[in-house]
Write a protein that binds this ligand. Structure first.
Ligand code: SF4
Length: 395
C-alpha cells in the first residue's frame, strides 16, 4: 500500500524508512575515486542519515539530501527496484509542500546543504516533472534556499519544463541508461531512446544556445553498464559525442547490480573495476584531449582491465618515444601517465624558472611517485633512471 506524506513532519519520518533509495542515481560527484564503491543496494535502510550523502558538488563538499517525490512508478525498467508491480518495494509519495518543508528543516538544522531530487513516474512524465519543479520552486521561493540542487529530468517532458528546471537547479540529469535504442529495448522497454532521452539532452543544449546570458544548470547523464551486452566501445563512443556536441559536464557509469524480484535478478553483477576503467577513459576524452582512437579495446570491445587507459596508451606510444618534460607543450604533458591538469600546469610553471633534470623535482610539483613516470619521459634531454620490474610489458 502506498504511504503519503503531506506535512514536513510526516516527510521527515518517511525519510528514515526510505534510506538510501537513490543510491543508483548520479549524485554530482566530481572525481572517479569518489564514485560509489559499496555493495549492491538493499533498499531496506532505516536511518535518516542514509538519505544524506556526502559528495563533492561543483560548489564544494556537501551533505546532500537524496530523495524522490514518489517511489511508485508506472514503467517497468528491468533493472530498477521501483519498477511497476515489484511487491518488495515500499511505495512512498510526498507532496511538494511536505518535501520542501522537510528539506528546509534539515537545512536549517545544518544536517544537509544540498538537494538531489528524483522520482518514479506516475500519470506520465509531464505531471511527474511538475511535482519535482513545484518542490524546488517552494525550496527556492518560500524557503529562499540558494544552495546546490540537482534535479532529475523525466523522459520526454516539455521544453518549458526543461528550461525551468535548468533555471532553478544547478545540475539536471537525463539518464540515457543505454547507448542505443536496441540496448534500451532490453533494459527499459517503455523508454524511447531518441524522443524521450537523447532528445532531452539535445533540447537542453539548444536551450543553452538560445539563452546565452542565463545562468543555466549543467547537464549530466548516466548509463547502466553491462546488463544487456553493451560494450565499453559503444558507451565511450557515445560519451565522446555527448561531451563534444552537447556539452555534457559529466557522464556517469553505474555498474549493473541485480535486484531481487526484477527480470534481471539472476544476471551477474558487473565488476566495480569495469566501472572504474570507464570513468578513467571518460575523463581522458573530456579533459585530456584523448579521442576514442587513443583507447585500447580488447576483442570484445571492452577496455583493457589490466592497465588504466592512459598507461595503456603510453605503453604503445611513449615507451619508445618519451616526452621531454622540459620542452613538451601542455597537451603533450597531459598524455603522460600520472600527470594531471594541475601537475601539468605546475611543470610548465616550474621549468620556466629552472631546468627539470631530476625525478625528485617532480615530487615537489605534486607528482607522488615520480619513478612511475620514468619509462615515458625525458628530463632536459636525458632519460631518468628507471626502477626495474615496476612496469610489466603491455600484453
Ligand atoms: S522509469 Fe525510472 S523509476 Fe520507473 S522503472 Fe524506470 S528507472 Fe525505475
Amino acid at each position: 500500500m502506498d504511504t503519503h506524506a503531506t506535512t514536513p513532519s510526516q516527510a521527515l519520518e518517511l525519510f528514515s524508512d526510505l534510506g538510501d533509495l537513490t543510491r543508483f542515481e548520479p549524485d554530482g560527484d566530481v572525481s572517479p575515486q569518489h564514485e560509489r564503491r559499496d555493495s549492491p543496494a538493499l533498499y531496506q535502510s532505516k536511518s535518516l542519515l542514509e538519505c544524506i550523502t556526502h559528495l563533492q558538488t561543483p560548489k564544494g563538499a556537501k551533505p546532500v539530501l537524496k530523495t524522490m517525490v514518489t517511489t511508485a512508478c508506472e514503467r517497468n525498467c528491468h533493472y530498477c527496484p521501483f519498477r511497476a508491480g515489484r511487491g518488495k518495494m515500499k511505495r512512498v509519495t510526498f507532496t511538494p509542500d511536505a518535501l520542501a518543508g522537510a528539506f528546509d528543516r534539515l537545512q536549517r538544522a545544518k544536517k544537509v546543504d544540498g538537494l538531489f531530487l528524483s522520482s518514479g513516474i506516475i500519470k506520465g512524465s509531464v505531471t511527474t516533472q511538475d511535482k519535482l519543479l513545484d518542490t524546488v520552486e517552494i525550496v527556492r521561493r518560500k524557503y529562499r534556499y540558494r544552495g546546490y540542487v540537482h534535479l532529475k529530468i523525466m523522459p520526454g517532458i516539455e521544453r518549458d519544463q526543461l528550461h525551468r528546471a535548468m533555471q532553478i537547479a544547478d545540475r539536471v540529469s537525463v539518464n540515457l541508461e543505454a547507448p542505443t535504442q536496441a540496448r534500451l529495448d532490453k533494459l527499459a522497454p517503455m523508454k524511447q531512446f531518441m524522443t524521450e532521452l537523447l532528445g532531452m539532452l539535445q533540447l537542453a543544449d539548444q536551450i543553452r544556445r538560445d539563452n546565452p546570458h542565463q545562468r543555466l544548470a549543467s547537464t549530466v547523464t548516466q548509463f547502466v553498464v553491462g546488463a544487456v551486452g553493451d560494450t565499453d566501445l559503444e558507451l565511450l563512443a557515445l560519451s565522446e559525442k555527448l561531451y563534444a556536441n552537447l556539452r555534457l559536464s559529466r557522464v556517469y557509469y553505474s555498474a549493473f547490480h541485480p535486484i531481487e524480484q526484477t527480470p534481471f535478478e539472476s544476471l551477474q553483477a558487473v565488476t566495480p573495476l569495469r566501472e572504474h576503467r570507464l570513468y578513467q577513459a571518460s575523463f581522458l576524452l573530456r579533459d585530456y584531449g584523448f579521442g576514442l582512437e587513443d583507447l585500447s579495446f580488447t576483442g570484445n570491445e571492452n577496455l583493457r582491465q589490466d592497465l588504466d587507459p592512459k598507461q595503456a596508451w603510453a605503453e604503445i606510444h611513449l615507451r619508445h618515444a618519451p616526452i621531454d618534460l622540459q620542452t613538451a607543450d601542455r597537451e603533450q604533458l597531459l598524455r603522460v601517465p600520472h600527470i594531471g591538469t594541475k601537475s601539468a600546469d605546475a611543470i610548465l610553471d616550474a621549468r620556466a624558472r629552472h631546468a627539470l633534470v631530476d625525478l625528485s623535482q617532480l615530487r615537489a610539483l605534486g607528482i607522488k611517485s615520480p619513478h612511475d613516470l620514468a619509462p615515458y619521459i625525458l628530463l632536459s634531454g636525458k632519460r631518468p633512471p628507471q626502477q626495474s620490474q615496476l612496469f610489466p610489458e603491455a600484453g
